[in-house]
Design a protein around this ligand. Structure first.
Ligand code: GCB
Length: 614
């Protein structure tokens, strides 16, 4: 079947996208029809719309018919149809379902979305249906036919629908299922809300038959300046469609006076390598982005790209060759004011603006890929980014499918954001417990990240182990990483009280820059007491004061991302007075109120910025 489809496409002169890039690069620049808005939905806890009464999937039967994706309408008064999308309730897309209806707050299972849209088809155009993210497993149907499935709640996916769209009404049905499973990524146990649904944008993008499907442009960090060139922009461009005859692709960065032509090979790919005389580097104090245009005979695409280098030298992190200190904060993809998943650019801009006001030049986007728009905003606002995949806590280390899933999520993240100057670190996981199978799994992921992108750093949030007052970082995974990054909860999960913290010291096995990926403690905004009283703003503030004193004793310390910018929802947090399903480690409450510790960290960052201006 697959083969027949391929042959058909080849006869038609159109080649499917090469397997290595599943998403059209910068697909947002090619939106033909935005499908955000209100979608009808059906809650289906028993999955009646998917399985027949013998529990056989309808979509694997000979006719494929019988599921809710048929989107049947009653045409006769005697007809039996036990669902009706047209008269069902609606949910906003993008948006999780939990925050849109009280009945769905704790819902984990299947929910069906349906959207009717019209589309005018142009000849010689290709159409792609794109989803920014659906949590967790999705089955996608267009006009009753299955397009495919996707697993992973935070990475984008697309289907080519050129030969499946109709003039007039099209019915798009999505089965979204956020059930947690032990062998998935993430697994059953996390400290965040398992928001379900179509949580990011949905649109149809269109391209010419042969088009620029992927490209990368970044500074080569191993380039040594010469008399005529101070930097080297290197990368590639890839065409999809019918690029078998070599084609010219031009690259214009007018403001930098760059006008180059490259020729693609038989696979539609051309490498790019351009020595440049003068180029303003992207940095937090000057987040310069250049308008870049790529053109082939049938297509063109424009992007805004910043150019910078990031490297490690001894215990230093070098941004554009100069030592930097990462003044960071951790962030979840959640707007506490909704509360729920961020729904659009305004929500994302709000969070990053709060981080800037805190004095940050860096954010840790925990614990899974955030929205592509978030990364583009970080480019625009001048915030360096740690980007992560949800390899969190106790993964099924020995299951090859689990590994393949983790690697796919990592690759999709890297492919999506490879042109964003803000991203300086790929993180392959968080607090994974020591064992041989885990070391094997994580080492393979680290190697994959390095192989996919040699312009950035690769790390993971490790753990410390304690002996008396000694906090020890000795994890063999550290060998494979570019930074020593770890979470430590002195003063909260261990260590008696905040004022004891300066008595602790760290023994770190690796001679690399140290970036503390988490520390912190809970405080209920507005609860005031003395600094020994848990949950008070004063306790949290004392914890920050003493943490910063303690950490300043680490000579290789080059960055921190305390946990966390905002209070966030978590089913693990049960205390009826102080938590109520909220993790209260935020510096900002769910009402947007800044706690005392916000100002403690802000003044620490002001003093650091004097020493390290970037
Ligand atoms: C951690 C986890 C983070 C939790 C945090 C906490 O170590 O990485 O996801 O939310 O601790 O609050 O306990």
């Amino acid at each position: 079947m697959k083969y027949a489809f391929l042959v058909l496409l080849l006869i038609a002169g159109v080649r499917p996208l090469p397997a290595q890039h599943t998403i059209v690069q910068n697909i947002a620049a090619r939106v033909e029809l935005n499908l955000d808005g209100r979608w009808n939905y059906l809650v289906d806890p028993y999955e009646n719309g998917f399985y027949d009464y013998r529990h056989q999937p309808y979509d694997q039967s000979a006719s494929g018919a019988g599921g809710f994706y048929d989107d049947k309408k009653q045409t006769d008064k005697g007809q039996l149809i036990e669902y009706d999308f047209d008269r069902g309730p609606t949910l906003k897309v993008p948006g999780d379902w939990n925050s849109q209806d009280d009945k769905l707050l704790y819902y984990e299972g299947t929910l069906w979305y349906r959207r009717i849209f019209q589309c005018t088809l142009q000849p010689h155009r290709r159409y792609f249906l794109y989803f920014g993210a659906v949590n967790y497993e999705s089955h996608i149907y267009l006009n009753g036919k299955k397009l495919g499935t996707h697993k992973g709640g935070f990475t984008p996916f697309q289907f080519e629908i050129t030969d499946k769209l109709k003039e007039g009404d099209n019915s798009l049905v999505v089965k979204a299922d956020n059930t947690r499973h032990p062998d998935e990524i993430p697994t059953v146990n996390t400290d965040w809300w398992n928001y379900g649904g179509i949580t990011r944008d949905v649109y149809i993008a269109s391209t010419p038959e042969t088009f620029i499907s992927d490209y990368q442009l970044q500074l080569d960090k191993s380039f040594t300046p010469t008399k005529t060139a101070e930097a080297l922009i290197s990368g590639y461009v890839q065409l999809a469609g019918q690029p078998s005859a070599p084609q010219a692709v031009t690259l214009d960065i007018a403001e930098a006076n760059i006008h180059t032509t490259v020729r693609t090979d038989a696979s539609g790919r051309a490498n790019i390598s351009i020595p440049v005389k003068a180029l303003t580097r992207w940095s937090p104090t000057n987040p310069k982005r250049y308008a870049v245009e790529l053109k082939c005979s049938t297509d063109q695409v424009a992007d805004n790209i910043g150019f910078r280098t990031i490297a490690v030298k001894g215990q230093d992190i070098l941004l554009n060759g100069k030592p930097t200190f990462l003044r960071g904060i951790s962030i979840h993809d959640e707007n506490p004011l909704i509360p729920g998943r961020n729904r659009g650019e305004g929500d994302l801009r709000m969070l990053l603006t709060w981080a800037k006001e805190l004095g940050c030049n860096y954010v840790r986007l925990a614990h899974y890929p955030h929205n592509e728009t978030m990364i583009r905003l970080a480019d625009e606002l001048g915030l360096m980014v740690w980007a992560e995949v949800p390899v969190y806590w106790t993964i099924s280390w020995t299951n090859p499918d689990t590994y393949a899933n983790a690697e796919k999520q990592l690759s999709d993240l890297i492919n999506r954001d490879r042109n964003r100057a803000s991203v300086i670190i790929w993180s392959i996981g968080n607090e994974t417990p020591l064992s041989e199978p885990r070391l094997d799994f994580m080492s393979r992921l680290a190697a994959k990240a390095h192989a996919l992108d040699n312009t950035r750093l690769v790390s993971a949030a490790l753990e410390v182990h304690r002996k008396g007052n000694d906090a020890i970082v000795d994890d063999p995974l550290g060998e494979k990483l570019d930074l020593v990054s770890f979470n430590e909860y002195a003063g909260w999960y261990w260590g008696d009280k905040p004022t004891d913290l300066p008595n602790y010291h760290f023994t770190i096995k690796y001679d690399r820059p140290v970036v503390i990926t988490e520390f912190g403690g809970d405080a209920l905004a507005g609860f005031h007491a003395d600094a020994q009283t848990r949950w008070s703003e004063e306790y949290q503030q004392a914890l920050y004061d003493n943490q910063l004193k303690m950490l300043s004793g680490i000579s290789a310390l080059r960055g921190i991302t305390p946990w966390i910018l905002c209070d966030f929802r978590s089913p693990r947090r049960q205390h009826p007075i102080y938590q109520n399903f909220w993790n209260r480690k935020g510096l900002i409450s769910e009402q947007g109120i800044r706690k005392k510790a916000f100002y403690t960290l802000q003044s620490f960052y002001q003093s650091i910025a004097k020493k390290y201006p970037e």
